[in-house]
Design a protein around this ligand. Structure first.
Ligand code: ATP
Ligand code: MG
Length: 378
């Protein structure tokens, strides 16, 4: 018999009394991804799934909190049977060197770990020609775990790591069509933060295709998180008001203050406690320290910028790994690139900006934008 064996991140096993809560959430998240009708059990730091296919294996590697997934042979706790399973796995692999590692969770088993490894290693050497033991740099490690049954596995598929999704509260992610914000969302979701996405849409200045692109990015993120809610906030009226009534070089910063405030309102409505953006210090005029200071002044919840200290090339690397890069580089305009001042202020002063804004009916504009948002279930 074969089962999928899922190892979870050691951070979860260190959770002490809360450990069960994290484990159960992880199992719930896995179930949500592969379908409820699979039998999932847990045993001392491991999760087992009875029936499986390749497709499922790939899905589970994307669940946050998973360290690795492997297909294990399940045998009786009999050294000959364990050896046979190991041999059949290695035969399929065409490797020249190996090492056996054993974990004995069932301490009543009469042989200790070293003895099991030695016996199984001997069995492999006897039954496969042209193969050697290499304890330092083996091509493959054959793992044996002695539990209520014996489990034998070799090839492990790396999981997404992190903490179970939804184990760390909820926040709002400002998701644009760019490279950065999907990565920021991924990083926070990976730490367990449940994400509600918010996209500011400037119809008709930004096209339906720009919106579709954001939807596609949210879909890609949902491969890791499961279902996501996306708010599409109508932003044109606000931008028009700003353009009409405020100084040209302050357009971007005032617009960003609206974005932050709307995000806060949506977070409150959704029971969220933080805002996440894809900003990185100094990347563009609106991401200088002075701009960030003014943008989020007056927001009463934490603002997470997980990319703040990262270089663009490194952010791009992560976006390729996550799979959002190819969507992000599609050339559709976003609301900020359409309404950019020629010389945006890089060192705005809070007092000046508050002054400029005072001619706008901020509260009403914000309320209206939130109320008229489209909510899409991804
Ligand atoms: P990104 O690659 O994420 O678009 P960027 O480098 O283009 O980032 P900006 O356009 O200055 O940077 O945006 C900074 C952050 O503000 C974005 O990472 C995102 O979190 C948020 N943001 C910008 N535009 C929008 C939008 N139209 N809808 C939602 N959030 C936005
Ligand atoms: Mg952008």
């Amino acid at each position: 018999m074969k089962k999928l064996l899922v190892k979870y991140a050691s951070e979860i096993s260190l959770k002490g009394l809360n450990r069960k809560v994290f484990e159960d959430l992880l199992i719930k998240n896995i179930k949500e991804r592969i379908g409820k009708n699979h039998k999932i059990t847990k045993d001392l730091g491991r999760i087992f799934i009875d029936d499986y296919d390749e497709y499922m294996l790939n899905k589970i590697t994307k669940v946050f909190g998973v360290q690795s997934v492997t297909v294990a042979d399940v045998t009786e706790k009999d050294i000959e049977k364990i050896g046979m399973a190991a041999v059949s796995q290695l035969r399929d692999m065409d490797v020249k060197t190996f090492k056996v590692e054993t974990k004995r969770a069932d301490k009543s088993f009469p042989m200790n770990s070293l003895e099991v490894s030695r016996e199984v290693g001997g069995y492999i050497l006897k039954n496969i020609s042209d193969i050697k033991v290499d304890v330092h740099k083996p091509e493959i490690i054959v793992n044996v775990e002695i539990r209520e049954n014996a489990y034998v596995y070799s090839k492990e598929y790396k999981g997404a790591m992190g903490m179970p999704y939804k184990s760390a509260g909820k926040g709002v992610l400002l998701l644009s069509g760019g490279i950065d914000s999907p990565v920021a969302g991924y990083m926070m979701a990976k730490r367990g933060l449940e994400i509600v996405c918010v996209y500011y849409h400037s119809h008709p200045y930004t096209s339906e295709r720009a919106k579709e692109k954001v939807i596609d990015l949210a879909k890609k993120l949902s491969e890791y998180t499961g279902r996501i809610k996306l708010y599409v906030v109508p932003f044109t009226k606000i931008q028009m008001e700003i353009i009409e009534k405020c100084r040209e070089d302050e357009l971007t910063i005032i617009m960003r203050r609206f974005m932050a405030k709307i995000a806060e309102e949506i977070a409150k409505k959704e029971g969220g406690l933080c805002i996440v953006t894809g900003e990185s210090l100094g990347q563009v005029a609106s991401q200088t320290l002075e701009s960030m200071y003014v943008t989020t002044n007056g927001i009463n919840m934490p603002i997470f910028r997980p990319l703040v200290g990262m270089d663009k090339v490194d952010i791009m690397d992560i976006s390729r790994q996550v799979g959002t890069y190819d969507i992000s580089i599609l050339p559709y305009e976003d609301c900020c690139t359409i309404f950019v001042p020629k010389h945006p202020k890089t060192k705005p002063r809070l007092k000046d900006i508050e002054n400029s804004e005072s001619v706008l009916n901020k509260e009403e504009l914000i309320k209206e934008a939130v109320e008229n948002s489209d909510i899409i279930d991804i």
